[in-house]
Every structure is written in structure tokens, then in C-alpha cells.
Design a protein around this ligand. Structure first.
Ligand code: ADP
Ligand code: MG
Length: 687
């Protein structure tokens, strides 16, 4: 059997698995042996700590080496409940031990034999007690006590004992069969341990230091593969030369605006101007909170390009958003002699053909649209600027595909979701970042309230009240991780219930991710027109839809959302002249949920919120990664592993500059990148 076949072997043939467990493992994403060894611990349990009984501190978890000195007593206080009790000593003091429902121990436990007992100790009367400790004979020590054991994310029906044994068996099978993916030169330079050591020690480390070394290597490797994969998928177009635009006076444009740009908008525009006037290609990300006025910044760049007789493409994720941008931007630009057209999935064939012809012939300055812009037969004669809005909805390849319609056009990416630096490095590499950190004056903050289930009746009354005043409301349904199906059902259920009961008489619409795009657009449109009073929705409305008349946002199960996401949702209201509100229904009583709700009710600043979000979520959570269109990380933490990422980026640069992937030394790495691209970048691909 070729070496790699061992890795692709189905998990069900591994000792300790079988059909039933294989099904459970699938839920954890473990289908093959390779999946199993790449299923990394989320934590460790340190069973190496041994204590004398006399030194035990109440409440700690530790091991004790002691002999049983009492008889082993079993009692059955109730049906289905058996208790085994014993008293042990290590010469310094005594320890009571109780096992629940483990009758089988009665036969195997021996008096006057030394055991290791590992568990949590609690004071009980005069003595310390351990309940259900892990137990192992002192002479056999090292299998389940006296070592560091991995803690995994489990699924119902699968215990830690099961999973540890399965992974241990997989490791036995793969040991000595690893192909080292990292060339020696890289490992030496960055002090990375070798692959077999890494897999052994990440699961069953001899010491925490070993675990750390193993983790470092695996993180490095994962990030390296990701970076190389992303580069490849962007096309190896590393040519950074760009168009050198002539300077343009933007006063004519500014004088037409009904407002003066904020100083943040002006600063960001000056950064863009510098990029556009240089002969380097602009690669700029503009971050700005909801409502900070990103659109006009983009329009200024478009104006700049148009005055240089270059075309611009402005791509947004939904039809409604495209229409809204078109409606607000086109009157302004037309008056300045710049032609703008709208191209979406529902543009009629005849008009589509006309637009495409104009664009190809260069008789059109600006094309605003959805993915339709990406179609193969949409061409430009002089594409100079590509703008994408709400970037995280687009995959890396889509951006690349649009750029490819011109010759190194400048690139402007706009997002309302502040992303941590690590993530932007992974996503955009050398992308420059501008921040609009100021809201236009006179913005009224949105009053936010966090309430418990008990307030529901009052929430519905409040909805009736604002509807009676002519306003509209959103109700966002619980987020159901990984199941659009269930999410849609729960939204349907809620809409039906309130239509018939609490909000009977109001016009309640429903929109969810399982609907066809056309249907979603239709419902959204009637909400925009004010034909619906209330819109029940899953998170599909998150993207920048503008309904100025909507003044109330109600979010169900707010505790399930990330703070940044809550902030995005809240940003759907407060867009008109009316006072707006956000009500978070929090079903959780946990302290952390309370803290999170407190943040939401105390600030309207998206950057503060995203920082707090990060802090409270802690490591291990990779919010937004999927959203940003990159595969989920198995071990790297895009928030915490900035140092390793910086090393990885240096390495990537060396590899690309010197074309190292084509050398023999790098062959295993290259193959791994290709394999990964085929498997894990599926979701990045164009649909
Ligand atoms: P976002 O950053 O969320 O995309 P928009 O560009 O949609 O924000 O701007 C939100 C609203 O604020 C729009 O109605 C826009 O005309 C208005 N706006 C933008 N800049 C300013 C400003 N400097 N002063 C006042 N209003 C502004
Ligand atoms: Mg916007």
C-alpha cells in the first residue's frame, strides 16, 4: 500500500471504531485517519500532578499515590444507584473515595496495593474526598494517569476515552509514514520540530513544552499552506505595477453634495488619491463603521478615475444594494457628465446586451452591479478601478476575476466589519488599510436595550406603537450554527405565530436564506416600499440594506450572535431622520452574556465592539473566517498567532521571489498545497 493510503483509510476500519462510532465521528468531521490525526485537542488535562494527601488544597484537581486500607464497601441506596466506598492513605493523611455506578470496580480493587487516584478533591467533614477518580495501579502508571491527556471537542455518544483511544490507534498506524512537508531549511530557520514529533506531541505530549513546540510547527504549516493556497488561487499575478492617474480637482463633485465630508472621509480620500497617482497599483481596504459614509469615498475615487478617462466597476453582494447604490450615485455622477449603468441578475436580456456592448466599447464610465459583472462576456475597454462593497461577502477569487477584466486596475475594498490585523494579513497580504473613524455629525445613537424573555409582550406592544406611528421594524431570528434549514424553520415558525397572535393585523413579511434569490429580493423590495410593517428575517439582511423608515431592530436569542454581528444588524436602523431602537432578547443567564449585552447597550462604536468581542470570545474562536471566504483553521488562531504569521509571510515571500516551489526540496510542500486547494478551497470558488 502506498504510504499516503494509510492516511486516507476510512476511520471505520480503525480498532475501536466500527460503523456506529464512525457515524458519530463524521459529525466531528472525522472520516479518514488523516482527519483524526488532524483533529487537534482544544485543551489538555494535566494528570502529571501528584500530591501528598496532607498537602491537598480544597477544590483542586490532582493525583494521589495511595493504598486502599479499608474494605471495599458497596451499597445501593436506590434502584439504579450503586456506591462504592473506600478509604486510602499515603502515610501523610487519609482520603475517602466514592464511585457512583461502577460496581465492576468492586472485584478489581485490591486492598494494600498502591494506586494513583486522579480527580477533583473536595473537603467532606474531617477528610478530603474524591468522587469518581480515574484510577490506575502505581506500577502501571502512565496510561491514564501521570501524563498529559488531550481534551477534544466531543459529540453526544462519544466519550473522551473513546476518542483518545481512536486517535492513539490512528497515530500508531501513521507513525513512521509521515512525509515531511516543510523543507529542512525552513524548519531550521524558524526552529520548527519535525512532522512525526508534532503529531505525537500535539495529541499526547510528554510535557507542555513539547505540546507548544508541536503546536508552533503545525500552526506554521497550516498558515503557510493557506497563504500559498490563497496566492495560487489569486493567480500568481504578483505584478504590482498599476495605472498612474493624473491628479484631478474633486471640488466640482464635493460642491454637489448636500453635506461637507467629515475629516476622516477627507483623510481617507487623500490616502486613496496618493495611491491612484502613484505608479503602484492601489490595493486598499477601507474600514468604516456602518453609516460612516464609505459610499461617497468610493464615488470620489470613481470620479477621479472617470476624469482620467478610465472605467470603474462597483460590485456589491445583493441586487437591492446594487439598486440603492445606483439610485444614490447615478444622479450625482450623471450631472458631472459621467455615465453610470446598473447590471444585475434581473436586468433584462436586451438591456444587458446593450450595457455589455457599451462597456466593451468604452462608452460607459461606471458599471454598478452584482456578480453579473463577473460574467465572462462583461468586458471593459479601459477598466481602471475596481470597488467592492461589503467585501466579506465575496471570495478572493471573485475579486481577482473582476480585476482580470482590466490591466492591473486599482483596487478599493470597503467593509463595515473591522477585522483583526492577522486576518487582514492572511486575506489581503500587502493590502493597505484606511479607517474612517468618525461618523457624520448629528447622528443620533440608537437606543439599545437588552431584555429577558419575560419582556416579550412589551416588545410586541412597542412594535405596534412604532408601526402606528408609521415606522417599520425588523425581527431577526436566532442564529442556528451550521443549519440554514433549522434557521429557516424557526423563522417561519415565528412569523406564523406573530401573524396569528401577537401582531395580528400587521403586515408581517418573512425572509430567510433558504429562499430563492428572486423571492428574497421581492420581499425586501416590498419592505423597502413600506408595504410590510414588520420583517421577520434570518441574518440575510445583515448586508447594508438601507430602509430609512425602519426604526426598530429586535434580535431574538441575541446571546448567540457575535457582538460585531449584533452591531451590523443594529446598523440596519437609525438610517433616517427618526429616532431608532434596538432590542436584544437575551435568553441566557450567564455572566458572559450579560457582559456582552452590556457592551451593546453602552456603546455604538463598531471598533470598540469588535475589540471587546475578540477579548470576550478569546482564542479558539474563528469568527468571520468563513464569512471572509477562507477555509476554517484546524489549529491556527487568526487572532493570536500574529507572530507566527509574520514569519510565515517572510517565508512565503522568499518562496515566491525565488520560485522555490519548483525545486525538489519543496516538492512535498507544493503537492500538499495543491491537494489542499482541491479540497479546502471549494467554498472560495465561484458559484
Ligand atoms: P456606509 O459607510 O454605511 O456605507 P453610507 O455611505 O451609506 O454609509 O452613508 C450613510 C449616509 O450618510 C448616506 O445617506 C450619506 O449620504 C450620508 N453621509 C455620508 N457622509 C456624510 C457626511 N460627511 N455628512 C453627512 N452625511 C453624510
Ligand atoms: Mg455602505
Amino acid at each position: 500500500m502506498p504510504q499516503e493510503a494509510f492516511f486516507r483509510k476510512s476511520i471505520k476500519y480503525i480498532k475501536g471504531v466500527g460503523e456506529a462510532r464512525a457515524k458519530l465521528l463524521t459529525k466531528l468531521g472525522i472520516v479518514t485517519v488523516d482527519d483524526a490525526i488532524n483533529y487537534f485537542p482544544r485543551d489538555y488535562e494535566d494528570r502529571t500532578v501528584l500530591k501528598r494527601i496532607s498537602e491537598i488544597v480544597d477544590g483542586e484537581e490532582c493525583g494521589v499515590a495511595a493504598s486502599i486500607i479499608s474494605d471495599i464497601a458497596e451499597s445501593r441506596p436506590r434502584r439504579n444507584l450503586s456506591l462504592i466506598k473506600a478509604l486510602a492513605t499515603d502515610g501523610t493523611s487519609f482520603l475517602s473515595i466514592t464511585w457512583f455506578n461502577q460496581s465492576y470496580l468492586k472485584k478489581s480493587l485490591e486492598k494494600n496495593v498502591e494506586y494513583i487516584f486522579f480527580g477533583k478533591v473536595k473537603r467532606s467533614g474531617m477528610r478530603f474526598e474524591m468522587v469518581n477518580p480515574v484510577i490506575e495501579k502505581l506500577e502501571d502508571q502512565g496510561k491514564i494517569t501521570g501524563r498529559i491527556l488531550p481534551v477534544y471537542r466531543l459529540t453526544k455518544g462519544l466519550t473522551h476515552n473513546n476518542l483518545r483511544r481512536i486517535i492513539e490507534n490512528c497515530l500508531k498506524l501513521t507513525s513512521n509514514r509521515y512525509v515531511e512537508t516543510l523543507p529542512n531549511s525552513i524548519r531550521e530557520e524558524h526552529k520548527l520540530c519535525e512532522i512525526s514529533f508534532s503529531y505525537e506531541e500535539i495529541h499526547f505530549p510528554q510535557s507542555f513544552q513539547h505540546a507548544e513546540e508541536a503546536r508552533k510547527r503545525l500552526v506554521f504549516e497550516e498558515l503557510l499552506l493557506l497563504q500559498l493556497g490563497l496566492l495560487k488561487s489569486k493567480g500568481s499575478n504578483t505584478d504590482q505595477r498599476g495605472i498612474k492617474f493624473e491628479t484631478v480637482d474633486i471640488k466640482p463633485l464635493l460642491s454637489m453634495l448636500p453635506f461637507t465630508p467629515t475629516s476622516a472621509q477627507q483623510r481617507v480620500f487623500e490616502e486613496i488619491r496618493t495611491d491612484m497617482e502613484s505608479n503602484r497599483r492601489m490595493n486598499r481596504l477601507v474600514q468604516g463603521d456602518v453609516g460612516s459614509g464609505k459610499t461617497i469615498v468610493a464615488v470620489t475615487a470613481i470620479y477621479f478615475a472617470a476624469k482620467n478617462r478610465y472605467q470603474s466597476a462597483f460590485m456589491v453582494p445583493t441586487e437591492i444594494l446594487a439598486e440603492q447604490h445606483f439610485n444614490s450615485v447615478s444622479p450625482l455622477l450623471s450631472e458631472l457628465g459621467i455615465s453610470v449603468r446598473l447590471l444585475t441578475g434581473s436586468t433584462k436580456k436586451k438591456e444587458k446586451d446593450e450595457i455589455k456592448e457599451l462597456s466593451q466599447k468604452g462608452k460607459l464610465d461606471v458599471l454598478i452591479g452584482t456578480h453579473a459583472i463577473l460574467e465572462d462576456d462583461t468586458n471593459f475597454s479601459r477598466l481602471g478601478l475596481v470597488v467592492t462593497d461589503e467585501q466579506h461577502r465575496f471570495g478572493v477569487r471573485q475579486r481577482a476575476k473582476l480585476s482580470a477584466k482590466g490591466e492591473n486596475p486599482d483596487l478599493l475594498v470597503m467593509t463595515a466589519t473591522p477585522i483583526p490585523r492577522t486576518l487582514s494579513l492572511v486575506l489581503y497580504g500587502d493590502l493597505d488599510v484606511s479607517v474612517i473613524d468618525e461618523l457624520p455629525p448629528n447622528r443620533k445613537p440608537i437606543d439599545t436595550y437588552a431584555v429577558h424573555e419575560g419582556y416579550r409582550a412589551r416588545v410586541y406592544n412597542f412594535i405596534r406603537k412604532i408601526v402606528a406611528e408609521g415606522r417599520q421594524a425588523y425581527i431577526v431570528c436566532p442564529l442556528v450554527e451550521d443549519s440554514e434549514e433549522i434557521e429557516a424553520e424557526s423563522a417561519e415558525g415565528l412569523a406564523e405565530r406573530i401573524r396569528d397572535n401577537e401582531l395580528a393585523g400587521l403586515r408581517v413579511g418573512l425572509i430567510h436564506g433558504k429562499m430563492k434569490a428572486a423571492e428574497k429580493e421581492k420581499i425586501m423590495r416590498s419592505y423597502v416600499k413600506g408595504e410590510l410593517n414588520v420583517l421577520v428575517s434570518t441574518t440575510v439582511i445583515e448586508v447594508g440594506v438601507n430602509v430609512p423608515n425602519a426604526t426598530l431592530m429586535v434580535i431574538e436569542n441575541a446571546e448567540r450572535f457575535g457582538l460585531s454581528q449584533l452591531h451590523q444588524l443594529r446598523g440596519r436602523v437609525g438610517r433616517g431622520k427618526h429616532k431608532s431602537y434596538c432590542i436584544l432578547i437575551n435568553q441566557s443567564k450567564s455572566e458572559i452574556s450579560k457582559q456582552r449585552m452590556d457592551i451593546m447597550t453602552s456603546t455604538n462604536d463598531g471598533f470598540v465592539i469588535s475589540e471587546k468581542d475578540l477579548e470576550l470570545r478569546g482564542p479558539g474562536d474563528v469568527f468571520g473566517v468563513r464569512q471572509h471566504g477562507i477555509p476554517e483553521m484546524k489549529i491556527a488562531n487568526l487572532y493570536m498567532d500574529l507572530d507566527i504569521l509574520t514569519d510565515v509571510q517572510k517565508t512565503v515571500k522568499q518562496i515566491m521571489d525565488r520560485d522555490l516551489l519548483e525545486t525538489d526540496e519543496y516538492k512535498p510542500l507544493k503537492e500538499k498545497v495543491e491537494q489542499l486547494m482541491a479540497e479546502r478551497f471549494k467554498e472560495v470558488s465561484l458559484n
